[in-house]
Design a protein around this ligand. Structure first.
Ligand code: SAH
Ligand code: SF4
Ligand code: F3S
Length: 447
């Protein structure tokens, strides 16, 4: 049996792609392992969003080089967004890499290569060598692009489904349109079929994924995102559905209305990336919305979904960001009181328009802005979380936490720690919240 290990960097689109690869390899009779040392085949799914994300890949490959020296039969495959534009560099710099396939490359080539690699490894391991044609016949092509859980009896609660790929927005700082290519929506029929299969296999939480889910449009039926979300929510079964990312440019009230109508199924959580509170910077970023439009959408969420949580992404230190622009961002985050913010220092990226812009700030100034923003947000997150003390929240139990407690997640995406039996993992439970911190809630199980 061939053991494979997948290391995934980056966003949930990469998580979905990794799930698809894992699913495919399991169907080829390979076994997923959770330590590099046990693996015959390692797949690294790369992210290019910031310079640091890319550096992480190189240091990881440096560590794998040592492992490869000890086990020359080890095969290493690099996929994902860095692989989209650094293919040659990978082969040159890391001679031990077997194959490189970028996010926008033909997935069928990767499928065929995986089959060839697995067959040759099985031959060298002198195991039963199945017929290549049977391998191909057993594969469902759609699963390879959509993601989703594995076709095996092992329970898997989270299903990551790409409803689309690529991006047409060309935010001036962002490399994604170059690494993933143009936006393509997948067939709603295929998406719904895949989700039904996953629910039958025990999935409890479905993530609908796209760089801008609000611009989803089914290529066959013209179904829009609100309609797709409703179709998913209407499926039979005990599950939650979430989506990322929504884009303020294209978000519609219809989506919020569907969330409100099906609030038992659609999680009351909106990750709604703002990026900056300054209209001048939003324009320079080519985000195509104003702060006023964003605030109106937040009002929709608050009015239709009073219990929903909202998180966002903020970039600090975009070229031309003055003290005043940064102040405006701080004002907005104090006003909206997000439940969580993912904040980043602007990182110039290859191919992007902003990379040509003159930088007006030192790295230290950017770091200081990031620290100011994060400090304000910690207090806001803690205060928001304290509102839950005494409440009972329905949660999905994910795993055992490092401290031995169980870790669960609420519909609002809170991480909740509680004491309980391992058998509760993968089930929905009700938890009474006893105390709150900025990053998580602590509670006790209501039997
Ligand atoms: N499609 C999503 C974002 C995907 S990338 C959207 O449009 O909202 C995730 C986040 O990474 C972005 O929201 C942005 O905040 C951050 N990001 C992207 N490019 C970046 C860069 N060059 N430097 C710093 N942060 C960046
Ligand atoms: Fe990047 Fe903008 Fe597309 Fe998001 S919408 S992936 S930030 S180009
Ligand atoms: Fe990274 Fe590619 Fe996602 S660059 S954030 S893995 S789309």
């Amino acid at each position: 049996m061939i053991n494979f290990f997948i290391k995934t960097y980056g966003c949930q689109a990469n998580v979905a792609d990794s799930q698809a690869v894992a699913n495919f390899l399991v169907n080829l009779d390979c076994k997923q392992v959770y330590s590099e040392k046990l693996a015959d085949l390692i797949i690294i799914n790369t992210c290019a969003i910031r310079e640091k994300s890319e550096q992480k890949i190189y240091s990881y490959l440096g560590r794998l080089a040592k492992l490869q020296k000890r086990n020359s039969l080890l095969k290493i495959i690099v996929i994902g967004c860095v692989a989209s534009y650094k293919k040659k560099d990978f082969y040159v710099r890391f001679g031990f890499i077997t194959f490189v396939s970028g996010s926008r490359d033909d997935k069928n080539v990767l499928r065929d290569k995986l089959i060839d690699i697995v067959l040759s490894m099985q031959t060298s391991k002198s195991l039963l060598v199945p017929n290549k044609k049977d391998f191909l016949d057993n594969q469902d092509k759609n699963n390879f692009k959509l993601g989703g859980v594995r076709r095996e009896t092992r329970h898997s609660t989270q299903s990551f489904i790409n409803i689309m790929t690529g991006c047409n927005n060309f935010c001036t700082y962002c490399i994604v349109p170059f690494t993933r290519g143009s936006e393509i929506s997948y067939s709603s029929k295929e998406i719904l079929e895949k989700i039904k299969q996953d629910i039958a296999l025990g999935t409890k939480e479905i993530f609908l994924l796209g760089q801008n889910v609000n611009s989803y449009k089914c290529p066959e039926t013209n179904l829009n995102f609100a309609q797709l979300l409703e179709a998913v929510a209407k499926l039979e079964g005990d599950f939650w559905v979430r989506f990322v990312s929504s884009h303020p440019k294209d978000m519609t009230l219809d989506v919020i209305k569907v969330m409100a109508k099906y609030k038992e199924k659609v999680c009351g959580f909106v990750h709604h990336p703002l990026q900056s509170g300054s209209n001048k910077i939003l324009k320079a970023m080519n985000r195509s919305y104003t702060l006023e439009k964003y605030l109106k959408q937040v009002d929709w969420i608050r009015n239709y979904l009073p219990d929903a949580t909202i998180s966002t992404d903020i970039i600090v230190g975009f070229p031309g960001e003055t003290d005043q622009d940064f102040e405006q961002t701080l004002e907005v985050i104090k006003k909206i009181k997000f439940d969580n913010i993912f904040s980043f220092i602007y990182s110039p990226r290859k191919f992007t328009k902003a990379a040509m812009l003159k930088d007006n700030l030192s790295y230290e100034q950017k770091q200081s802005r990031l620290a100011i923003l994060q400090k304000i947000q910690v207090d806001i997150s803690r205060a928001n979380n304290e509102n839950y003390v005494g409440c009972i929240l329905k949660c999905l139990v994910e795993k055992e936490a490092v401290n031995g407690m169980l870790l669960a997640r609420s519909a609002g995406n809170h991480t909740i720690l509680f004491d309980g039996d391992l058998a509760k993992i993968d089930t929905f439970v009700n938890i009474k919240i006893n105390s709150a911190r900025a990053t998580n809630l602590i509670g006790s199980l209501i039997e």
